[in-house]
Design a protein around this ligand. Structure first.
Ligand code: BTN
Length: 239
């Protein structure tokens, strides 16, 4: 993996998009930063990125234009990080589509951006992981949030954790290239937060209310509506 470490940047995703042409095209480039001045989340939200506390990383790579299940790639990264956490002894859940939670609080979020070129797709898979974020700073986040420090009371080695994620993701990306999202489907479904509970999910147009039922083989969310029909959501956010 080609690695670039920055001290201060607006956003590692933005940096990667500007410099993508200069990165090697036959491997993953991982851009990390100590601090982001304009860390970005999904739906134009900001991602709190204080200096030194957390992992802010963007994985850049290219895929063929006809790659199946491209919209599920952020979920592959969620699955990679969930498995890193499981190996460390945690019991993470994934709030669909790709927020990783520990004890019901968000510990990591993923922002997947794409650029369609003539003969390939550029992927910018950004992940923020709250590692050594203290409790007081976590309260500034607009939703219940936690960190490895808050959960365990000890400081974590960011470099070591990132390495574990890189190794896991590199392996998972190869699996995805071969077989799409299907190999991740069952474990992902078993890690779904709020499974069997009533949820409200906004798909960009409409708010759907129903029971968080299951996952399609491509990673979309099936909601059981009150009329007992299943509605499938491709992109959105559980409220
Ligand atoms: C979300 O949960 O809304 C996604 C958050 C993604 C944050 C990461 S931090 C590294 C990369 N750079 C950014 O500006 N955003 C992503």
């Amino acid at each position: 993996m080609h690695e670039i470490h920055l001290s201060l940047i607006d956003s590692t995703n933005t940096y990667a998009k500007i410099h993508a042409e200069t990165f090697p095209q036959n491997q993953i480039t991982c851009i990390t930063a100590e601090e982001q001045s304009a860390g970005r989340g999904r739906y134009q939200r900001t991602w709190l990125s204080p200096r030194g506390a957390n992992i802010y990383a963007t994985f850049y790579f290219t895929l063929p234009l006809n790659t199946a299940h491209l919209i599920s790639l952020a979920q592959v990264m969620a699955s990679s990080f969930a498995n890193v956490l499981i190996n460390e002894g945690f019991s993470p859940k994934i709030k669909w589509p790709n927020d990783i939670q520990v004890n019901g609080k968000k510990i990591s979020g993923i922002l997947c951006e794409t650029q369609f070129c003539k003969d390939h797709v550029d992927l910018f898979l950004g992940i923020g992981i709250n590692v050594n974020l203290d409790e007081q700073t976590a309260l500034k986040i607009d939703q219940p949030a936690t960190s490895l420090l808050i959960e365990t009371g000890k400081n974590w080695d960011k470099k070591e954790l990132l390495k574990k994620l890189q190794v896991q993701f590199e392996k998972d990306l190869e699996t995805f290239k071969e077989d799409g999202f299907s190999p991740f489907h069952k474990q992902f479904e078993s890690l779904l937060a709020k499974k069997g509970e009533t949820i409200r999910c906004f798909d960009g147009k409409k708010m759907w209310e129903g029971i968080c039922h299951s996952l399609t083989a491509e990673g979309q969310l099936n909601i059981l509506l009150s009329d007992q029909t299943i509605h499938t959501i491709t992109s959105g956010d559980i409220k």
